[in-house]
Design a protein around this ligand. Structure first.
Ligand SMILES: Nc1ncnc2c1ncn2[C@@H]1O[C@H](COP(=O)(O)OP(=O)(O)O)[C@@H](O)[C@H]1O
Ligand SMILES: [Mg+2]
Length: 354
């Protein structure tokens, strides 16, 4: 394809768990869809994007700036690369925490070629000074740059090549509105449907050269919290279990047994998900409990709790977020086999106002 791939270190401080573990990155790379037709699911989003990409190309213009919103592992980084490939444009990648000083951003923007896709991950973490620079860059393809110091300082307007900014975030609500308003296209990812997850399992198994039975693929898809990154990770583990047991392919019993070994339950919850619900129910009487308190109780950062665990627990109907905090739903009690909460026991002092 002869495209450059100028990458800065995609740092991911803060959200430790959801990003691929060290060493896993490489293996994920082979499974990553490269073109829109390999990018499964998210049908409406994909159809719209196909239109915007082809019309921008017909006009010989760069694609409008693109805002990608969704929980970790649903394909934001993948889609950014797919868009660059479809545009036959260069792809330059960074993340907000890696942009410390305005000059870091200036260095990247001035090197862009016409039509390049410039991907910034975690855009909700951009520093204000960098955001300000980005506004003008996005709108006018120019940089406002102060050179010199003290009385010698003066502002320069440096032209840059027209480019497409792709910004990704797990937290749309915390992105500043001036930035949001400068994105012309917004893609909101939802957890993948069962049939799309099955298609992803089959595609990945094919690429890994691993045989998998249909019923095994269906169970794996169902147990992967609607998240392609999770299903790819579990698929590799199931391949290990099958190989270890001397099986030629991944069968339903292999998946059933493997999920049990990994402590993943029929709803696709991991042990930490269940610990979160148990904590709310047993320690905080079902809630509401604030995110900070809950995060400390389970030994995770608030960011990991909010970005990775909560969206799926909410979608599965097990957790509710209210202004006063997090609450376990009655489905959470029954899923964990815990009795519904009765009134506070007499004489414990609980429930008294003073
Ligand atoms: N629509 C999709 N179809 C097939 N595989 C996908 C899709 N979206 C994501 N994946 C797989 O899941 C992995 C994680 O996606 P990624 O783009 O890194 O997620 P995010 O950036 O949202 O955290 C990718 O490496 C890819 O293999
Ligand atoms: Mg990503």
């Amino acid at each position: 394809m002869g495209k450059k791939n100028g990458q800065t270190a995609p740092e991911s401080r803060g959200v430790a768990h959801p990003e691929p573990m060290a060493g896993e990155d490489e293996r994920e790379l082979g499974l990553r869809p490269r073109r829109l037709n390999e990018f499964l699911g998210q049908k409406t989003m994909k159809e719209n994007l196909a239109v915007f990409i082809s019309t921008a190309r017909e006009r010989g213009e760069s694609l409008d700036h693109l805002f990608l919103i969704g929980p970790p592992g649903l394909g934001k980084t993948t889609l950014a690369q797919v868009v660059a490939n479809e545009l036959e444009a260069g792809f330059v990648q960074t993340s907000a925490p890696a942009l410390d000083k305005p000059k870091d951003l200036v260095g990247l923007l001035t090197k862009l070629q016409k039509g390049d896709v410039f991907f910034i991950d975690e855009v909700h973490r951009l520093k204000p000074a960098i955001e300000e620079l980005l506004y003008i860059a996005m709108e006018d393809y120019e940089l406002d740059w102060i050179v010199g110091q003290g009385p010698m300082a003066h502002a320069l307007r440096i032209p840059i090549k027209p480019f497409t900014l792709v910004g990704a975030t797990t937290k749309a609500g915390t992105v500043s509105s001036p930035l949001v308003s400068r994105f012309g296209i917004t893609c909101r990812f939802s957890f993948y449907e069962q049939e799309d997850m099955e298609a992803i399992v089959r595609r990945s198994a094919g690429l890994l050269g691993a045989g998998i039975d249909d019923d095994a693929a269906a169970l794996l898809a169902k147990s992967s919290r609607g998240t392609p990154r999770v299903v790819n990770r579990l698929l590799r583990r199931m391949r290990d279990f099958a190989q270890f047991a001397g099986k030629a392919s991944i069968s339903l019993p292999v998946v059933r047994d493997g999920l049990k070994r990994l402590e993943i339950d029929p709803l696709g919850l991991e042990r930490q998900d269940r610990d979160i619900l148990k904590m709310i129910i047993e320690r905080y009487r079902g809630g509401p409990v604030g995110a900070e308190t809950l995060a400390i109780s389970i030994g995770e950062s608030v960011e990991t709790l909010e970005d990775y665990y909560e969206p799926y627990l909410i979608q599965a109907g097990l957790l509710q977020r209210s202004p006063r905090g997090r609450m376990a739903t009655s489905l959470a009690y029954s899923h964990l086999g815990l009795p519904p909460l009765g009134p506070p026991a007499a004489g414990t002092g609980e429930g008294l106002l003073f």
